[in-house]
Ligand binder design. Sequence first.
Ligand code: NOJ
Length: 545
Amino acid sequence: MGVAHGWWTEAVIYQIYPRSFADSDGDGIGDLPGITARLGHLAELGVDAVWLSPFYPSPQADAGYDVADYRDVDPLFGSLADADALIAEARAKGLKVIVDLVPNHTSSAHRWFRAAVTAAPGSPERARYVFRDGLGPDGATPPNDWQSVFGGPAWTRLVEPDGRPGQWYLHLFDPAQPDLNWDNPEIRAEFLDVLRFWLDRGVDGFRVDVAHGLIKQADLANWEEPQEILSGNEVDKPRPPMWDQDGVHEIYRDWRRVLDSYDGARILVAEAWVEPAERIARYVRPDEMHQAFNFEYLLAAWTAPAQYAVITRSLEATDAVGAPTTWVLSNHDVIRHASRMGLSAKGGRPNGIGIGDPQPDAALGLRRARAATLLMLALPGSAYLYQGEELGLPEHTTLPDESRQDPTWERSGHTQRGRDGCRVPIPWEADAPSYGFGPTDASWLPQPPLWAEYALDRQQGVSGSTYETYRTALRLRREHGLGRGTLGWLSSGDEVLSFRNAGLTVLTNFGAAAVPPPAGELLHSSAPLDADGRVPTDVTVWVRH
Ligand code: NOJ
């Protein structure tokens, strides 16, 4: 099938987590003016676009993924005028801007939910959400057995205006994030309007939160399995009644028509924790979204066979629908890959790491992370980077539990530490207050002392630093057109992976022994070659053949 082409098909898109990127006013929480002032860093790094996690008015029960008003900016982050200024400055620097859209749920502080709580069962106000009577004679049992992704039941019971216990409402995430009822045409019309609001302000696209969750199986059938944020749907298992229902696709076709009515190429990116690759490819059929995050790639083990399999499968699945493949190693929901890749494989996939937990091997993690990044950036398609990974930033793995803010920590009864460790404000200057995050020492999550050694100013111009390794990779990727090339495998053994793409030969050594580099001119490597000019373990090289 012919593959779509546009800026997004080969773009490197950098995720900004506004709370933690740059703080202009010193309150310890990053903001839009802070981002605008630092956009030069991203242009210099060489990315094509930024995706901003939510900055809308919100009680911040889930760090802004609980939106109380989709058409404004939370004073914590600035104002609509600041958003306009950010978009204009990004454009002036040649960067596209993607904003986050959260359609599965609103905040419980949204005017719609506030109205639903005081309205009667069966009212139009309640019909915007998923309200049900409880089970049992007094309705005290939740309508079904669904669990929240953050732990505990996915239902909360209301106290009715007359003071009696009443109906239950569904929240696949926190109780402060009630799920919307997407069978209701009013919801559909509202979100079409929200899309237009931001498109009119000049954004280049939307990252769609929980894109696989909007439609629930009509009977809300019980589902005995636990919910985990990282859970996919394995091929041979029945499809969970709350995820990846066929009805979601009609919604995205409607949205696509709106985007296509605007000039330029505006894009939709699905955040959908769906497996296998063929299921996720359904979200990027020609009349639906443009891209979907490739979480199967993010989760793949660091072995040659696992990487070969996931890369091959990903390319085949998206080729079949004519969409570009995407690649991602880190984001604000997972352990940063510089730490994840230093964990022992036996430990499984922890949701956060704290004091007392097995700690990652930092040197091994960073070495592998750099090799993985160079492998990723050599692949055809579009790649996502998460703020700070260009500094080799590790997870904060010893964050005091009392400073944790992720609702997962409380909701799981302190069994899952959650995602705070990858959300710590990032270091810009080694010797400045809050490592240059803001003008004061304030930081909404404590920064670890070792942040100084990762600061941008310690790495700029330092040959072989992680920052310069990323910058060189992005420059070469652009110069050689790697994002629009075609991958041809040269070797896919147990120890070494190598392929050709756009005139380059790329080799990653996963084995214990060093191997000779491919013939040709060495353009880039994730770490130095050994004294004999061989490629050591956990190193990726790019060679011009
Ligand atoms: C996915 C977001 O990436 C995550 O941070 C959030 O908690 C959930 N969706 C709920 O909106």
